[in-house]
Design a protein around this ligand. Sequence first.
Ligand SMILES: C[S@@+](CC[C@H](N)C(=O)[O-])C[C@H]1O[C@@H](n2cnc3c(N)ncnc32)[C@H](O)[C@@H]1O
Length: 230
Amino acid sequence: MKGSELYDDPDFLSGYRQLRRDRLGLNDSLEIPAMNAVLPAVEGLRVVDLGCGEGRLAVRLASGGAEVVAVDASEQMLAAASRHPRVRYVRADLAEFDLPPESVELVVSSLALHYVEDFSGLVGRVARWLTPGGTFAFSIEHPVVTAPLVAADCVVDDYADEGPRQRAWFVDGVIKYHQTLGTVLGVLRQHGFRLNVVDEPLPTAEQVERHPHLAVHRRRPPLLLVSAVR
Ligand SMILES: C[S@@+](CC[C@H](N)C(=O)[O-])C[C@H]1O[C@@H](n2cnc3c(N)ncnc32)[C@H](O)[C@@H]1O
């Protein structure tokens, strides 16, 4: 199942929402603090959030004074999204979504772009949307996690074979796209971005002591977070 339809699947969605409610995902412990650390001051900025889900990041940015367009393919995620007067939600597939050139100062995306097949095509559009000096900050599943054709914890395999991967995550057949770290960073450079931050957020030993389910994420990095400037 592709990312554009996955989050409207009732079985997947109930599992995913439970994970977020129980705070057992990577979002609260790793991704959100790492993303907050790379975001610029957003007062007065025009921002796009790609794969916004239920809008937590979009609302945080709007609360900081940004005007946010928050994009997601899932009807269910958008229906449950938090409202804010400076957030405009748009239902669209990231494979096609487009904006006028130089119309935003910041593009963000949390844990959504590993569902996009044509990463380079999307990065090319993001480069066009951004004003000169604008920032693109995104997190994805780490390439060492997406690599194996057959999912196995802490086994890096098939690294060079970029392309779709099928995973079981609440439902069978979830499709994500693997690319090497070199490809991810190289695509940004090809589209004129200068890398600002490349981060692999990891839990601290203290976090693992308090939340033992995070232990696996000290064995291999679960996330890649990049901030790049146009
Ligand atoms: C893991 S959730 C992250 C949601 C949100 N960014 C957050 O951090 O809470 C991934 C989101 O990406 C969206 N998504 C996946 N593939 C997409 C696509 N091709 N077009 C638009 N949205 C997509 C899903 O609907 C889902 O809401």
